[in-house]
Design a protein around this ligand. Structure first.
Ligand code: PLP
Length: 460
């Protein structure tokens, strides 16, 4: 008997229910089905055209259908789709690591390739722990992070993620980790300017280190330019400088989570390059470096730190997809395309123009309270009253509503699901780095139309 004969027709289960990857809550509207995508345009199977103004989840830096990436992917797949790192080296892995380390600039010579951002953060934590062990500092294990922040969905990455609603749902964590307030710039307490507020937040970090016992603190992790957790918060310079000083003072490793901000998105290859006096010890990347073509994440580290663990048998961490040649071939092609086409610089220029237009819309649509970000890592925050910065009630789920309206207008924005327990209402407006001037016009036209409809919906 051929098993295919007994399979239900494609798209339905035997009971006639639609097949779903996840069981969506009842009442969840059906999503359009993707048919094809090219450049920053996407079409569904009903023939509707969309402009991707968020690079998917702020990942698809090159847009879709990039010829160079597809060619690299197919030729590597034909040559050797897989090679186990315990048996073989791969040229793809070596070339990618070399080019990436070069792009990252002096001081980061080692690249450890995994499959995504959460996994890369997990790897960075284990590497940090092994570095401490090699230095005879076994007492160091706590990792302090910011509140709010996002470092991934796996349990280790979630433990260092500053999202109380996720902790409430999935807790107890395998191990809770200390959090300190992020230097959120939109609602600075009365009587403080941005710099004083930033310094106060940095002082909170130092106080926390002291309270925890400095000898127990392994690392501090932060997003130099935030993603969806803070709506593209650009960390104030005074905070960055103090953070590096505090980490040095207490022998704490500084980890920069550049999963969303790295790879050129903020107008620098690494967003921390915007703050030359705050260099991280370890850097975590994902999203844009694979540009959505394949899962790809990595940890970047200085040679001497990696050598610290060499005597202990090297970094003891592994996954089936470690250094995956296909992902590395994609990563190399994405990197070459990004650098050769000047897309890092393009992101800075286009981001500045986008920011000007978004602020112009903020003047006309009071639903916009703030516009934040660097380069094409940009977010718009919504408020019920821009004068007082009063947020909308949580049940209004404004970002989800704006995203829905935008999608009806053929514009893709990115936000956090239903946002229960969220820290603010924002959507990411972060188009691919290859967006043309004409496409930017079309994005802003469609966004403006969506905002005027949202304004009508929420002011009535
Ligand atoms: N870190 C940051 C800053 C992110 O934005 C994300 C994902 O949005 C992650 C980590 C997790 O990456 P991934 O979804 O690839 O596991």
């Amino acid at each position: 008997r051929n098993d295919l004969d007994v399979l239900p027709p494609l798209g339905t289960l035997a009971r006639g229910e639609p097949i779903q990857v996840f069981a969506a809550p009842p009442g969840t509207p059906a999503k359009p089905q993707i048919a094809r995508a090219m450049g920053i345009e996407m079409w569904d199977t009903a023939g509707n055209r969309y402009l991707d103004a968020s690079s998917g989840p702020v990942a698809c830096n090159l847009g879709y259908g990039n010829r160079r990436v597809l060619d690299a992917l197919t030729s590597q797949a034909e040559a050797a789709a897989f090679a186990n790192v315990s048996h073989f080296e791969s040229k793809a892995n070596r070339d990618f690591a070399e080019r990436l380390a070069e792009a990252a600039g002096p001081g980061y010579e080692r690249v450890f390739v995994v499959s995504g951002g959460s996994e890369a953060n997990e790897a960075a934590l284990k590497l940090a722990r092994q570095i401490a062990l090699s230095r005879g500092e076994a007492s160091r294990w706590k990792v302090i992070s910011r509140q709010p922040s996002y470092h991934g969905g796996t349990l280790g990455a979630l433990a260092i993620t500053g999202d109380p609603s996720a902790h409430a749902m999935f807790g107890p964590m395998l191990q809770e980790m200390p959090k300190v307030p992020a230097p959120v710039t939109y609602r600075i307490p009365a009587g403080l300017d941005e710099e004083n507020w930033a310094l106060k937040c940095a002082q909170d970090l130092e106080d926390r280190v002291v309270a925890e016992g400095p000898e127990s603190v392994l690392a501090f992790i932060q997003e130099p330019v935030g993603g969806v957790s803070t709506g593209a918060l650009v960390t104030p310079a005074a905070y960055m400088t103090r953070v590096r000083e505090i980490c040095d003072k207490y022998g704490i490793l500084l980890i920069h989570d550049e999963v969303m901000s790295g790879g050129g998105r903020t107008g620098a290859f690494l967003s921390h390059d915007h703050w030359p006096d705050c260099r991280a010890d370890l850097i975590v990347m994902a999203k844009g470096i694979g540009a959505g073509y394949l899962p790809l994440g990595l940890v970047l580290a200085p040679r001497d730190l990696v050598e610290t663990v060499a005597s202990g048998g090297g970094f003891l961490h592994g996954h089936t997809a470690l250094g995956n040649p296909l992902s590395c071939a994609v990563g190399l092609a994405v990197l070459e395309e990004t650098l050769e086409r000047g897309l890092v610089e393009r992101s800075a220029v286009l981001g500045a123009e986008l920011k000007t237009r978004l602020w112009d819309m903020a003047n006309r649509y009071p639903i916009i309270g703030d516009v934040r970000g660097k380069g094409l890592l940009m977010a718009v925050e919504f408020v019920a009253d821009p004068a007082t910065k009063r947020p909308f009630p949580i049940e209004a789920a404004v970002p989800a509503a704006v995203s829905r309206i935008a999608m009806q207008n053929g514009l893709i924005l990115y936000t956090r699901g239903t946002n229960a327990g969220r820290d603010g209402d924002w959507v990411m407006v972060s188009p691919p780095l290859v967006t043309s001037d004409r496409e930017l016009d079309e994005i802003t036209d469609r966004l403006e139309k969506s905002l005027s409809q949202a304004e009508a919906e929420f002011s009535s």
